[in-house]
Write a new protein. Structure first.
Lengths: 208, 278
């Protein structure tokens, strides 16, 4: 774990791998350090934000003395306690392309997507957009060469090793394999998003 | 009570205290483009400093009320009038039912703020409502005390050149050795299409020493991202929570809001400030 400068109100912590980032994210979520206001996990890093510049030195010291335990990790506070089930109609416009890229049948793409437990690694891109990794893999695909100007809310996509559900209509470059009616984002709910970091998910084939 | 926006040109939004603690869900903090100016407007009508208020960008507006209201404009405007009488900015104004407050835009600046005593009631928790002509906006009771008798200091204005303190960024080592000297030694020009998401700069490209893709990582207001073309973009009030361009430096938190008034064509330079921790 490496501490990188990030202005006078934050420290960017770079972890050796995704497991390290997961452990640090879970630790800070379960038990925030004195002086920190929030943290933002990403692929290999956790951004730790302080209330004031004077909080940074004690925060840096506390981060350096953390002893992290590898998973399993507690779920986000207020998050759903168990695996969230998301029904998906697998009718996305890129299903055939995804199958071709992976060298498998469309049915096998669906079987792999609906046949593993996915975990939210981090959120980003837009409010409530969760990046999920599966425990079995087998669905690594490239992004579309040209992003779509408009992807509808509820679209289920693949990119790299991740799957994700668009919480609102937006431009997007992920390969779309289906859609869900389950709301990813609710302004009046607390937390407003269905999927926060650490949450586990199963996608269910809605037509079976 | 409520106030009604009768006319508006440019962009008018309601800006609240910002959303702290939702970064991990992909929700940025937002908040007024100049937090000090907004706090001043609120103080001048006796509001809590972070009470929701109007932020007016490159335009004018007219406001009316059906009940007596206390309002205050902060920012470098071209002027404001109650009815036909010019009134001071940075001073609380009492508005009687049916009276109109008109705010005209300054040609040398970008934004102004209009606080209403009690604070506005935002209709959305996670976005900043855009107000259009004819919209009625509810007023709350987010006061901190009486309307102060005296006005206080001024707010940052529309200077043509800004010198801002920067601290080395997390990915300074992704750039060529010359990049830091280039960053500090250049008068950068603010490009058009700068907005609340980012202030785009033009100048000599900051060249990268490392060519691989950076994995997306967290950003803060003031992070200076450098896309492939080498032209820096300063993350501003509505920046995304994460980004995949390396951050060469970060503008100090107490100076970054001065960019709220940076017109395209104005210039920015940077002066190094030491990292506040070891």
């Amino acid at each position: 774990m490496r501490l990188l400068p990030c202005g006078d109100t934050a420290i960017l912590v770079e972890c050796a791998d995704a497991a390290g980032r997961r452990a640090l994210d879970a630790r800070l979520r379960a038990d925030p350090l004195p002086g920190m206001v929030e943290h933002v996990p990403a692929e290999r890093t956790v951004l730790v934000r302080a209330g004031r510049p004077a909080d940074l030195q004690p925060l840096a010291d506390a981060l350096r003395s953390l002893r992290l335990v590898p998973g399993p990790h507690p779920l986000p506070r207020g998050g759903e306690p168990e695996v969230v089930r998301i029904p998906v109609v697998y009718d996305g416009p890129d299903l055939d392309e995804v199958a071709t890229e992976l060298g498998i049948e469309v049915d096998e793409v669906i079987a792999r997507h609906a046949g593993q437990v996915w975990t939210v690694e981090f959120c980003g891109f837009m409010p409530g957009f969760a990046y999920l990794c599966g425990d079995r893999g087998g669905l690594e695909v490239s992004r579309r060469a040209t992003p779509r100007p408009s992807v509808p809310a509820g679209a289920v996509g693949l990119a790299g090793a991740y799957t994700g559900v668009y919480p609102a209509t937006s431009p997007g470059g992920w390969q779309l394999i289906g859609h869900t009616d389950r709301m990813m984002w609710d302004d009046s709910a607390d937390p407003p998003t269905l999927l926060g970091p650490g949450q586990t998910v199963r996608f269910v084939d809605a037509r079976r | 009570m409520s106030v009604t926006v009768e006319t508006v040109s440019g962009r008018l939004t309601v800006q609240g205290p910002g959303r702290i603690g939702f970064g991990a869900l992909g929700v940025g903090r937002g908040g007024p483009a100049d937090r000090r100016a907004a706090a001043l407007a609120n103080r001048l009508v006796g509001n809590a400093e972070a009470a929701p208020l109007f932020e007016l960008t490159l335009g004018s507006m007219t406001l009316t009320t059906t009940t007596p209201a206390v309002v205050c404009v902060v920012g470098p405007t071209a002027g404001q009038w109650v009815g036909r009488a010019p009134v001071d900015a940075h001073r609380a104004q009492h508005l009687q039912p049916g009276e109109r407050l008109h705010v005209a835009p300054a040609s040398s600046a970008v934004r102004s703020w209009l606080a209403v005593r009690g604070g506005l009631v935002s209709t959305s928790r996670f976005s900043d409502p855009v107000i259009r002509a004819g919209d009625r906006v509810e007023v709350g009771n987010d006061t901190a005390g009486p309307v102060p008798a005296q006005d206080i200091a001024g707010a940052a204005g529309g200077e043509h050149h800004r010198r801002l303190a920067v601290i080395a960024g997390p990915r300074l080592d992704w750039f060529e050795d010359m990049a830091w000297a280039t960053l500090l030694g250049t008068n950068w020009t603010v490009r058009p299409h700068s907005d609340r998401v980012g202030i785009r700069l033009d100048g000599p490209p900051l060249r990268r020493a490392r060519r691989e893709e950076l994995r997306s990582e967290g950003l803060i207001r003031g992070s200076i991202q450098v896309p492939a073309d080498g032209r820096p973009v300063i993350c501003f009030a509505d920046h995304p929570t994460t980004g995949g361009y390396p951050v060469v430096a970060v503008v100090a938190d107490d100076e970054v809001d001065r960019l709220a008034q940076a017109l395209p064509g104005s210039t920015v330079s940077f002066v190094a400030r030491p990292q506040p921790w070891r």
